[in-house]
Write a protein that binds this ligand. Structure first.
Ligand code: PLP
Length: 412
C-alpha cells in the first residue's frame, strides 16, 4: 500500500466528499464553511451548475486537444473572450496548467524578448514552487530551502510593506523605490535586467496591498530602462480583490500579466497575456506543454467568465469583502494579539503578534485549527505563518459572512 508523501502538509483535517457553493461536506455529511476556496481557486463556488454543465458537455466532445498539435474550439473561444477582461494592449495569450508554469512562461518571454538575464522580485513575493518560480519567491524559507542551487539572476528588492517597516504607506513606497534604484545601480544593471515580477497584493507573503505610487514608480523605471513589468495576478485576478484584476486598484499597467487560480473554477489552467509586439519576440516553439489549455478546463473558464459577469461576482467580492473586513476588525478590536486586519475584496488577513510584537505563527495556526473544529475552514499565510486568511468563493452570501465571522469570534 502506498501512502501520501509527508512533504504534503495538510492545513485542515477534512476529507471532503463533495462541495457546493461555499460549503464542503465530509463522508459523515458534516458541513464546513469553506473560506479557503482551494487557495482562492473556486471563484464561482464549488461545482457551480453552469461550470459543471459546460465541463460535462465538453468531456463528451473532446477532452484533450494538445495545442501544439491541433487547435480546439474552447481554446479559441476562451482566447477571444479574454478580450472582455484583459487590458486592451494585452491582446495575445498563452496558456499552461498552473501558476508556476505561467510564471516560467513569463520569465522565458521576458528573457527572450529583452535578451537580458536578470529579474528583480520583491520581498515577501510568492511566484510558485518550480525551481525558477521558487528562486523568485521570498515569502518564506520553506519554499526555497534544501534544494539549492536555485536559479541565478534573481535580485530581491523591498516591497512597500508599512506593517513590516512601521512606516506610513508613503514612506514605505518611497523606501521601496529608492532601494529599487539602488538594486539597479549595484546588483542588476538596467541593461542586464529583463523584468520586474510583482504581485499587486502579496499573497502567501501576508496579504499586503501595494500602492498606486509604487506601481507608478515601477512603470516609470520600466519605461526608462526597457525593463518589462510582469504583474503576477495568479491569486489577485478574476474578481478576488473586488476589481477584476488586483492591479486595477493601482493602475498597474503590466507588460505581461500572469493569471491562474480563479480562471477556471478549479480546473487546472493558467495563462500569460502580453501585447502582440512583445509576444512575437518569443522564440517559436519555446512555449508549450502536453496538457496546456486542456479543452475541458477552457470550457470551464468560459463558463466561469459567464458566471462572474451574470452574477455580478466582482461587485459581490467588493461588497462581501467590506462586510467581512468590518466584522473581522470588530473581533480584532477585542483581541490584543490580532494586530492588523488587511487586504482587498475577499482577500483578507488577520495578523497575529505576541506580547513582544513578534509575528506569532503558533497562535495563528492554533486559531485556524480551532476554527476548523467549529466548521470554518481557513488558511494561514505570511513568512512566519502569522496571518490567518479569509478567501472564500466570490459567490459567498451575506449570511455566510455573518456565520463565518461568528465562528471566527468563537475560535480566537
Ligand atoms: N503566483 C502567486 C501570486 C500565487 O499565489 C501562486 C500560488 O499560490 C503561484 C504564483 C503559483 O501557482 P501554482 O500553485 O498554481 O503553481
Amino acid at each position: 500500500m502506498a501512502e501520501l508523501s509527508p512533504a504534503l502538509k495538510q492545513a485542515t483535517p477534512v476529507v471532503a466528499t463533495r462541495g457546493e457553493g461555499v460549503y464542503l461536506f465530509d463522508a459523515d455529511d458534516r458541513r464546513y464553511l469553506d473560506f479557503t476556496a482551494g487557495i482562492g481557486v473556486t471563484s464561482t463556488g464549488h461545482c457551480h451548475p453552469k461550470v459543471v454543465t459546460a465541463a460535462q458537455e465538453q468531456v463528451g466532445q473532446l477532452i484533450h486537444g494538445q495545442y501544439t498539435t491541433i487547435m480546439h474550439q474552447p481554446l479559441l473561444t476562451l482566447t477571444e473572450r479574454l478580450g472582455e477582461v484583459l487590458p486592451p494592449a494585452l491582446d495575445r495569450a498563452f496558456f499552461s496548467n498552473s501558476g508556476s508554469e505561467a510564471i516560467e512562461a513569463a520569465l522565458r518571454l521576458a528573457r527572450q524578448a529583452t535578451g537580458r538575464p536578470n529579474v528583480v522580485v520583491f520581498h515577501g513575493g510568492f511566484h510558485g514552487r518550480t525551481v525558477a518560480a521558487a528562486s523568485m519567491t521570498t515569502s518564506g524559507t520553506k519554499f526555497r530551502s534544501g534544494f539549492s542551487p536555485l536559479m541565478a539572476g534573481v535580485q530581491v528588492s523591498p516591497f512597500p510593506d508599512p506593517g513590516h517597516f512601521g512606516w506610513s504607506q508613503e514612506e514605505s513606497t518611497e523606501f521601496a523605490l529608492r532601494q529599487l534604484d539602488y538594486t539597479l545601480q549595484t546588483l542588476s544593471a538596467p541593461n542586464d535586467t529583463a523584468a520586474f515580477f510583482v504581485e499587486p497584493v502579496l499573497g502567501e507573503g501576508g496579504y499586503v496591498p501595494a500602492s498606486t505610487e509604487f506601481f507608478a514608480g515601477l512603470r516609470e523605471r520600466a519605461d526608462r530602462h526597457g525593463i518589462l513589468l510582469v504583474v503576477d495576478e495568479v491569486q489577485t485576478g478574476w474578481g478576488r480583490t473586488g476589481k477584476f484584476w488586483g492591479g486595477d486598484h493601482f493602475n498597474a499597467q503590466a507588460d505581461i500579466l500572469v493569471t491562474a487560480k480563479g480562471l477556471a473554477s478549479g480546473f487546472p489552467l493558467s495563462g500569460i497575456a502580453a501585447s502582440h509586439a512583445l509576444m512575437e519576440k518569443a522564440w517559436p516553439g519555446s512555449q508549450g506543454g502536453t496538457y496546456g489549455a486542456n479543452a475541458v478546463a477552457c470550457a470551464a473558464a468560459i463558463a466561469t467568465l459567464d458566471v462572474i459577469t451574470e452574477e455580478g461576482l466582482v461587485e459581490n467580492s467588493a461588497a462581501r469583502g467590506a462586510q467581512l473586513k468590518a466584522a473581522l476588525q470588530g473581533v480584532a478590536d477585542q483581541h490584543p494579539q490580532i494586530t492588523d486586519v488587511r487586504g482587498l475584496g475577499l482577500m483578507i488577513a488577520n495578523e497575529f503578534r505576541d506580547a513582544d510584537g513578534k509575528p506569532d505563527g503558533a497562535t495563528a495556526s492554533a486559531v485556524q485549527q480551532e476554527a476548523a473544529r467549529r466548521g470554518l475552514l481557513l488558511l494561514t499565510c505570511g513568512a512566519w505563518g502569522q496571518c490567518v486568511r479569509f478567501i472564500p468563493a466570490l459567490v459567498v452570501g451575506e449570511q455566510d459572512v455573518e456565520e463565518a465571522a461568528g465562528l471566527w469570534q468563537e475560535a480566537v
